[in-house]
Design a binder for this molecule. Structure first.
Ligand code: NCD
Ligand code: ZN
Length: 433
């Protein structure tokens, strides 16, 4: 890490006004414009415990911006669950400033038919009537070509492929992509999108683990794209430089979603920290740099898919106190659920993170224009969501969101339904206006 000196004047400001206020301001360094960073392990200037990053001068006109207007933000990958969890989290899409949610099908049981998906979309609309929901089906052996045509006619936009066993509810997932080529052919004809969870299953004997599972998957993407050049494919939640480069090399029919949390986390941030553990896991600093670069450059085939994946706190921190399992069972099989929850803070979080790496000018492109163009989902004319800079009076991100039927239950009660969001207890740089 490089260490440089910040001018005494700037340091005095920091000490007098405190860290939080400083984060909202711009400071002049003798040679550069600086601002405090949210990314403590990035190459940075460190002084007095505050981490600063250099601002690209070309973006400096945004230094004084106090409000932002984003045309109808969309999240092209979100998990909205079932039952009480769905009641709790579905309204959070709008709370996070998002108008359109592209919803994942990994329910129990998974959504493998058009009718199931149509019914699920109706349930979500009943919970949050002002959010637009787009449905997906779960790729499985039971999906016939007729089912693809029925799904397309019913307005279902995509089919999601989960490799077997790599993530939440993926026991019925894929082992061999070629057996699905007839299905992909039918999807290509109907204009449906193939959404790929881009990992291969871990296999120690073959040298596959969570850190290389995504790069090793990319050969499958390239092969499917070569066979079906007109099939629209989205590589979901890319986490590696290899994935970014691979999608760039593919033609215009291949796009890529990026989550907010992968723009912030690296391996050190999830090892031993359940709230940051998700699949695919966050990777190396250089991989994170590639995700940031492709957004900063405004590449039109990269856009927001939050992969916001809520799990009960009791499943993130399994303990004898929070579950009904016996202590022995828990000690032997303890593992935390994979998923980072960002829905309720999504747009302010994206603004905060993109600003931290000098890409605030790409916010509208990343959270709205690029994804909407790929999915042919134009924003409603005139519809904008406004953000303003946070002030010291703004509340931090809540520690947890609690289902209304659980608010009077004690923490530790295994039936209390609560979910902790990313950035819990921290302040964001932007809030919805
Ligand atoms: C997702 C979930 O919990 O449904 N978990 C995750 O870590 N991302 C499943 C998925 O998208 O892999
Ligand atoms: Zn997901």
């Amino acid at each position: 890490m490089m260490r440089r000196r910040i001018s005494p004047c700037a340091r005095e400001h920091i000490l007098v006004r405190g860290r939080r206020l400083a984060r909202l301001q711009w400071w002049w360094h003798p040679s550069r414009l600086l601002w405090p960073s949210l990314a403590p392990r990035d190459s940075a200037d460190v002084e007095g415990g505050v981490v600063w990053k250099r601002k690209d001068v070309s973006g400096s006109c945004l230094a004084m911006v106090e409000t932002l207007e984003i045309p109808s933000p969309a999240d092209f990958h979100v998990h909205l669950r079932q039952g009480p969890m769905s009641e709790l989290v579905t309204p959070h899409v709008a709370l996070g400033g998002i108008d359109l949610a592209y919803v994942m099908p990994n329910l129990t049981p998974p959504l493998t038919s058009a009718q199931q998906t149509v019914d699920y979309m109706a349930q979500l609309r009943a919970i949050a009537p002002h959010t637009r929901f787009l449905g997906t089906m779960y790729l499985s052996p039971s999906i016939t070509l007729d089912e693809i045509r029925r799904a397309s006619a019913a307005g279902i936009r995509g089919v999601k492929s989960y490799p077997r066993g790599v993530t939440t509810n993926s026991d019925g997932g894929i082992e061999d992509y070629e057996v699905y080529f007839p299905v992909f052919e039918a999807m290509q004809e109907c204009g449906m999108v193939l959404n790929l969870h881009g990992e291969i299953p871990s296999d120690t004997d073959k040298g596959v683990c969570v850190l290389n599972a995504e790069p090793l998957f990319l050969a499958h993407l390239e092969k499917i794209h070569a066979h079906f050049p007109q099939l629209r494919i989205v590589l979901e939640h890319a986490t590696t430089r290899a994935a970014v480069e691979c999608v760039k090399r593919c033609g215009d029919t291949v796009a890529c979603t990026i989550t907010a949390h992968h723009l912030q986390l690296t391996v050190d941030d999830w090892a031993g920290k359940p709230l940051h553990f998700c699949k695919p896991v966050a990777k190396m600093p250089d991989d994170r740099a590639a995700l940031r670069e492709v957004i900063r450059e405004g590449h039109p085939r990269f856009f927001l898919g939050s992969d916001s994946a809520p799990h009960p706190l009791a499943a993130k921190y399994p303990s004898p106190a929070s579950r009904n399992d016996s202590t022995d069972e828990l000690m032997l099989n303890c593992g935390c659920a994979a998923g980072v929850y960002t829905s309720p803070i999504l747009l302010p979080l994206c603004a905060t993170l993109l600003e931290s790496f000098g890409a605030l000018d790409q916010l509208a492109a990343f959270v709205s224009e690029h994804g909407r163009r790929f999915y042919n989902e134009p924003a409603e004319p005139g519809r904008v969501v406004r953000l303003r800079r946070a002030t010291p009076q703004d509340a931090p991100v809540p520690a947890a969101y609690v289902h209304s039927s659980s608010t009077d239950k004690r923490d530790g009660d295994p039936s209390k339904l609560q979910v902790s969001p990313f950035f819990a207890g921290q302040h964001l740089g932007w809030v919805l206006a």
